[in-house]
Design a protein around this ligand. Structure first.
Ligand SMILES: Nc1ncnc2c1ncn2[C@@H]1O[C@H](COP(=O)(O)OP(=O)(O)OP(=O)(O)O)[C@@H](O)[C@H]1O
Ligand SMILES: [Mg+2]
Length: 363
């Protein structure tokens, strides 16, 4: 795909108010053809509102939406080419699976032979051949969402919109369907936007993630960019686990947390003496192969240890400090090799490149 191709979906300066409440503001977003994009953010941040504005189900107050080069800002939903799946299965309970899937095609006055052929094809596509005669109530939640997906894809829309399609399902089904949906999307190449508040889902499925907060876009990036280079403390905290520490800038690439003098790899724009917030992920705390020349090494007491299945999360207390607590993850292997137990003191290190420095003060 050429990077110079115009985006499939282009949103500019979009805003939406409910009375005095600002549900969306200053939304600028470009989505490429064939891309899988997730809107990720806490409850109430405006994900559904933005998705519904793109669909034309709830029109925005200001701004423009271009779809395939066409200005659809004021177009009705039926004038926009999309399929949609909602969180609650929203199938017609009185129609069979076949009739549910064929619904949009009947509306478009396709011949019954053509509809039958297309429904068969879609049933196979979503892994439900021979289930066509059933009614929604006779299907599991996961099967119902497959039917909803087939219905959304029936008219071969250019854009697929998914609003928390997996959140009502139990964990195992959810992961299986997530993988199936992702490979189906790649096979069909349909441009897809999925709303979720589940960061793991977004990281696993998306080409790019749009992190939203309070009606605005906080950061847009690939899953790796969002996870490894969070632009703000909000993103750092919302995606993955992060320990935040109050620190003071002591020099170029140097900060101090209590008694710990630390080297940070990423140059910070802050002047000496500036209070900053230092952040680090638990899995980045180094526990092995620490030598005399390893930077940012220190002694820490292992506070409480929580067993989390494939790894343990510990809270480290630097022996030089009374107030700082740092989350650190130990793999099952590390636990065994190092013989780690609560209360013991060990040497750990913060890799300079794993430390993120944000402006201090209120978040
Ligand atoms: N019809 C409405 N009238 C008034 N306020 C609304 C309306 N729809 C949404 N809101 C408000 O707009 C904000 C954004 O709602 P939205 O449904 O987009 O959130 P969301 O990010 O999808 O959250 P969730 O993860 O809980 O689904 C919320 O504070 C909500 O209360
Ligand atoms: Mg929502």
């Amino acid at each position: 795909m050429s990077t110079t191709a115009p985006p499939f979906l282009s949103i500019r300066d979009l805003s939406k108010n409910y009375g005095a409440f600002r549900a969306l503001h200053d939304i600028d977003l470009d989505i490429r053809r064939g891309e899988f994009v997730c809107f990720l953010g806490p409850s109430g941040c405006g994900k559904t509102t933005l998705l519904r504005a793109i669909a034309g189900l709830d029109q925005q107050d200001g701004g423009t939406i271009l779809m395939g080069g066409r200005d659809v800002s004021r177009a009705s939903p039926s004038e926009r080419d999309f399929g949609i799946v909602f969180q609650s299965y929203a199938l017609f309970p009185n129609l069979t699976v076949t009739d549910n899937i064929g619904y949009g095609l009947v509306n478009r006055r396709r011949s019954s032979a053509e509809i039958a052929r297309r429904v068969e094809e879609l049933l196979t596509l979503v892994g439900l051949p021979e289930q066509g005669k059933k009614y929604p109530i006779q299907l599991s939640g996961g099967q119902q969402q497959r039917v909803a997906l087939a219905r959304a894809l029936a008219t071969s829309p250019e854009l697929l919109l998914l609003d928390e399609p997996l959140s009502a399902l139990d964990a195992k089904v959810r992961v299986r369907l997530r993988d199936e949906m992702r490979s189906l999307q790649q096979r069909l190449g349909v441009t897809t936007i999925m709303v979720t508040h589940d960061q793991e889902e977004a990281l696993a499925m998306a080409d790019r993630i749009v992190v939203m907060r309070d009606g605005g876009v906080e950061q847009v990036g690939t899953p790796e960019e969002i996870y490894r280079r969070p632009a703000t403390p909000f993103v750092a905290d919302f995606v993955g686990h992060m320990t935040f520490m109050d620190a003071i800038v002591t020099g170029p690439g140097r900060v101090r947390v209590d008694e710990l003098d630390l080297l940070v790899a990423n140059a910070t724009p802050f002047a000496v003496g500036t209070p900053v917030r230092l952040a680090m992920r638990p899995e980045e705390v180094r526990t092995r192969s620490i030598g005399e020349d390893t930077p940012n090494r220190f002694e820490a007491r292992i506070g409480d240890l929580a067993f989390l299945g494939s790894y343990c999360r510990a809270h480290l207390e630097p022996t030089s400090s009374r107030s700082t607590r740092i989350a650190a993850d130990f793999s099952t292997n590390a636990m065994r090799d190092l013989g780690i137990t609560a209360g013991q003191v060990c040497t750990v290190a913060f890799p300079p490149e794993a430390l993120h420095v944000f402006a201090g003060g209120a978040r």
